[in-house]
Ligand binder design. Structure first.
Ligand code: ARG
Length: 391
């Protein structure tokens, strides 16, 4: 209880720091009084809409691993706190996708559903089990290989066990997953949204600006990353369901999703298109193939006018943003290992930047355990303390 007040206080103090100096200091004193009274009598407090909107933005600003935070003030916030039925949740999520996609001029958007009640052990009102609202399935094959995205193996299996029945010809390398929404801790229900509303699914077929053979690889990726399994915390209040999106930086797709050996592992095929010598690593075929794959990603998103950042411009903007924060109270914290891009690291300014890795706990985004986590039931050893997880 006391802890909640301390976090609320820290949040209100940050909020005050960002307000224009013209605003009256009494406003904050009054608000803290009412928060304290509310916590004393009910064990919790409720954000007003100004706090909800600013809090979501500040949580983004505090996200040490995000390279796109210079846009933190441009976040559209949907207040979905009173939504409590499955259908209404699914409607809200569809609205989120349409608003955010904006015909390719993607707008950073968050939808915030009901907060946790810190006084009760009751299950969360709304939880989404998907990692992202748009994501490709991973089907394990009899020969041990995976069709699609290996990252989605467990979730895909859970959906298949729970009534999801894609037609055999629907199972491809790029089958969009259904949504799994759980209300009040009940087993999730499965919505095959993209089958019902294919218009919601926006994808970009990949081609290379010069290499003809590349097109035959038949690759694509979805337009918009929309994370749905992280918790948003504002002034100590936890929102376990607060899906948010930005737009992609090309390397996320070209240097990780499609390139990692444990993901789509496509560099050998790309190398083939370019006739690279894959017999020895010293030909640097991987390095050459990964650059060409990243060119194809940027070229194709640009062709379709889908907003995407490149690692050079994005890191430069981020560096300038950090430099502009001259007030030490507003200094940007960061996680170097994530802020440096996975290709051409030394060619970007973040490489030689130093970051304070402190994680602001009162207002931020956190990884969280799935609601019915087996680990809890079987009393496995708790995972090592990680500052990016809810405790
Ligand atoms: N890296 C994740 C992916 O490739 C998306 C994380 C959020 N990215 C973003 N640009 N907002 O799907």
């Amino acid at each position: 209880m006391e802890d909640l007040y301390i976090q609320a206080e820290a949040f209100i103090a940050s909020m005050q720091q960002f307000e224009p100096s013209s605003s009256k200091p009494e406003k904050w004193v009054e608000r803290l009084k009412s928060i304290k009274a509310s916590i004393q009598s009910t064990g919790t407090y409720t954000h007003n809409s100004e706090e909800l909107i600013f809090g979501a933005k500040l949580a983004w600003r505090n996200s040490n691993r995000c390279i796109g935070r210079h846009f933190w003030r441009q976040l559209d916030v949907f207040d979905c706190r009173s939504i409590s039925s499955e259908d209404a949740v699914s409607q809200a999520l569809k609205k989120h996708i349409q608003h955010a996609f904006n015909k390719g001029s993607i707008k950073s958007t968050i939808s915030i559903f009901a907060p946790k009640d810190p006084n009760s052990k009751k299950a969360d009102k709304v939880r989404i089990l998907n990692h992202q609202l748009i994501r490709y399935a991973g089907f394990s094959q009899d020969d041990g290989s995976v069709l699609g995205d290996p990252h989605s193996l467990d979730f895909t299996e859970a959906c298949l066990k729970n009534s999801w029945a894609p037609e055999p010809d629907q199972k491809t390398n790029f089958t969009p997953l259904p949504w799994a929404i759980s209300i009040d801790g009940k087993p999730p229900s499965i919505h095959d949204v993209f089958k019902e509303s294919p218009n919601l699914l926006n994808e970009v077929p990949l081609e290379h600006p010069e290499n003809e053979a590349f097109k035959a690889l038949d690759l694509k990726w979805y337009a918009m990353p929309l994370l749905s399994d992280m918790a948003l915390v504002i002034g100590g209040i936890v929102y376990p369901c607060a899906p948010f999106n930005g737009w992609y930086m090309g390397t996320e797709i070209g240097a990780r999703n499609l390139a990692d050996e444990a993901r789509y592992n496509l560099l050998p095929k790309v190398a083939e298109c370019f006739n690279l010598d894959t017999k020895t690593d010293r030909s640097l075929w991987r390095d050459r193939a990964i650059v060409e794959l990243n060119r194809a990603v940027l070229y194709s998103y640009d062709r379709d006018q889908i907003k995407i950042g490149d690692h050079h411009a994005t890191t430069r903007q981020f560096e300038n943003f950090c430099k502009r924060q001259t007030d030490p109270k507003k200094a940007i914290t960061g996680d170097w290992t994530w802020l440096v891009p996975p290709i051409s690291a030394s060619q970007t300014p973040t490489f030689s930047q130093e970051f304070d890795p402190t994680v602001t706990r009162h207002t931020n985004f956190f990884y969280q355990k799935p609601q019915d986590s087996k680990a809890q039931e079987t009393k496995e050893a708790p995972p090592p303390k990680c500052p990016y997880h809810l405790s």
